[in-house]
Design a protein around this ligand. Structure first.
Ligand code: HEC
Length: 131
């Protein structure tokens, strides 16, 4: 029991460190709430989830692995600063790049069965324009 407790503590400490470092260089997302993006103060890229259960499971299976922590400089979920330059490209380009892949982003973001509509909803969620 005692050993397990120690492991749990180490895991917790590691999780805190990872989430701290993931938020480190970027501005606090909650300070950007004045632009109308609906974001709760406790929301971080790692614990943000779509409110629709079906979209949530697609998100967890595909996009979450990279976009929650910013693997290979993937724009982080709900991070206004990460997404601002992407959104300037327009939704059609973002959808096209999601389906065909761009640099380290694999084609279809590893969601082979996702429809265009689901990709659009996932992009809106990732970029902080929907919950
Ligand atoms: C294997 C990691 C990985 C997965 C899985 C992944 N992405 Fe990405 N994504 C990236 C990276 C890295 C970039 C940044 C690419 C670049 O611009 O260099 C990116 C960029 C994007 C962009 C911005 C494209 C642009 O034109 O600027 C969108 C939109 C996007 N991803 C959507 C998604 C969606 C939706 C999913 C899930 C269906 C997903 N991604 C899954 C790694 C991933």
């Amino acid at each position: 029991m005692r050993f397990q407790y120690r492991i749990l503590n180490i895991l917790l400490a590691a999780a805190v460190l990872v989430s701290l470092s993931a938020c480190g260089p970027s501005p606090d997302p909650s300070s950007a709430s004045s632009n109308g993006a609906s974001q709760s103060a406790a929301s971080t890229p790692r614990n943000r989830m779509p409110s629709d259960p079906a979209l949530k499971s697609l998100y967890i299976q595909s996009c979450y692995g990279c976009h929650s922590t910013g693997v290979a400089s993937a724009p982080r979920s709900g991070n206004t600063a990460d997404w601002a330059p992407r959104l300037q490209k327009g939704m059609n380009v973002l959808l096209h790049n999601t389906i065909n892949g761009i640099n380290s982003m694999p084609p279809k973001g590893m969601c082979i069965g996702c429809s265009d509509e689901e990709f659009t909803r996932l992009i809106l969620f990732l970029s902080g324009q929907s919950e």
